[in-house]
Design a protein around this ligand. Structure first.
Ligand code: PLP
Length: 441
């Protein structure tokens, strides 16, 4: 393929989660970023309505993070993490633990959300084995759950296009809870819906079918982001916690999106007042400046694995880049910004204005639902007959051309800006979407 004028050759890169042919026929490339804005290759300012991919919570190219990474790269570019360590790894673990709910203070580093999930699933199996319950291997996920793209993550995940090609190779013992999305009951809810807590009781059915003694863990996103901002009904997470605790099943919250302020608290666990046994994270932990992820584990779960081992390596798992020095430098600088600038409080304070602006789209062309929590909103559009997803894709492109980045999945737009956003920029996001919705069929 010839490169369009002024652009690099686009043919070699196989783009992730992208309609490659469509993109390359009409490429939109980003060249710079600062604060709330991207700069496109043609020099336009694009307001970032999505914090990149839900990850740049402190805004782009923060000086403190940039200089921490640069300093570390000059001092020590890499250190092996197997049977060796470096101070930044331990400091970063201590800093991450300080943001986690009480008791989840043992931290395993990864490089992504997908790796965090696979790590958490392995920890769950290792924990039960270390306590003499090696038969607890069954995992329970949820329909419409997204847990990254590893084989563990897609097995517990509930997105059929991510699963069907690999269906013969998914983990064998996995069940799924029903998702909680129901527009007949909950359309245009502000915050948590009233209806749906009972959907957690399906876990009792799964337990009755297989027996609790075979089930290792239940994994859910406390708020499902990637499949279109699905907000947990009031009482739902509490019920999952109660049922899992009663049956000795570990509860894993995938907080890859929700950790680090998205809802106005350090974690969704803190926000909802429900503490799981394991939290997975990535994205906001390093402000996405260097790929990084982590798993926070309840201390006694960690201790059971570490103290239950005969000797030598207790947990046969890890990555060449676990606690990479550049990642730990970015994590320390990022967490320092969150604390110093009180960004989670800022998100909480802005949430009512954000909610008002989002729900201002009620009644706009094609809009069949608006839902929100913290600094997240989902705007669901009626699909075009015979062309699901096409309408939201058009909104995405038109917004970009008007200087706004939004995200879409199916026919749902998702808005999740950096936490440094101001009220005028919040207004601009929803005004622009409103204008675009007026223009399109
Ligand atoms: C809840 C959740 N889990 C896992 C992942 C996967 O993270 P990554 O793309 O870093 O592997 C994502 C990514 O969006 C996510 O939203």
């Amino acid at each position: 393929m010839n490169a369009p004028a002024g652009l690099p050759d686009l043919s070699h890169l196989w783009m992730p989660f992208t309609a490659n042919r469509q993109f390359k026929a009409q490429p939109r490339l980003l060249a710079g970023a600062k604060g709330m804005y991207y700069t496109s290759v043609d020099g336009r300012q694009i307001l970032d309505g999505t914090a990149g991919l839900w990850c740049v919570n402190a805004g782009h190219c923060r000086e403190e993070i940039v200089s921490a990474i640069a300093r570390q790269a000059g001092e020590m570019d890499y250190a092996p993490g197997f049977q060796l360590g470096h101070p930044g790894a331990f400091e970063a673990a201590t800093a991450v633990a300080a943001f986690m709910p009480e008791g989840l203070d043992r931290i395993f580093f990864t490089n992504s959300g997908s790796e965090s999930i696979d790590t958490a699933l392995k920890i769950a199996l290792a924990y039960h084995r270390s306590r003499g319950e090696a038969q607890r291997t069954r995992l329970v996920g949820r329909e419409r759950g997204y847990h990254g793209v590893g084989f563990g993550g897609i097995s517990v995940g509930g997105i059929s296009p991510n699963r069907k090609t690999f269906s013969g190779a998914l983990l064998p013992a996995v069940d799924h809870l029903p998702h909680t999305h129901n527009l007949d009951k909950n359309a245009f809810t502000q915050g948590q819906p009233e209806w749906g807590a009972h959907l957690a009781d399906d876990l009792e059915r799964i337990i009755a079918l297989h027996d609790a003694s075979t089930i290792a863990a239940v994994v859910v996103e406390p708020m499902a982001g990637s499949t279109g901002v699905l907000i947990p009904p009031k009482g739902y997470l509490e019920r999952l916690r109660e049922i899992t605790s009663r049956h000795g099943i570990l509860l894993i919250f995938d907080e890859v999106i929700t950790a680090y302020g998205r809802l106005g608290s350090a974690t969704a666990s803190e926000y909802f007042g429900v503490t799981p046994d394991i939290i997975t994270m990535a994205k906001g932990v390093s402000n996405a400046a260097v790929p990084a992820g982590a798993v926070a584990v309840r201390r006694d779960v960690h201790d059971a694995i570490i103290n239950g081992a005969q000797g030598g390596i207790e947990f046969f798992h890890g990555y060449t880049y676990s606690a990479h020095p550049l990642a730990t430098a970015a994590i320390l600088a990022t967490l320092d910004i969150y604390r110093r600038e009180r960004l989670f409080e800022r998100a909480r304070e802005l949430a009512p204005a954000f909610e008002r602006a989002a729900h201002g789209l009620r009644g706009a062309n094609h809009v069949i639902d608006v839902r929100n929590i913290g600094l997240v909103a989902g705007i669901e559009l009626a699909p075009r007959a015979g062309a699901p997803g096409a309408r939201a894709a058009e909104v995405f492109h038109k917004c970009f051309d008007r200087g706004l980045m939004v995200r879409y999945t199916g026919d749902i737009l998702a808005i999740s800006p950096p936490l440094i956003i101001d009220e005028a920029q919040i207004g601009e996001i929803f005004d622009t979407i409103g204008k675009v919705l007026k223009e399109i069929a």
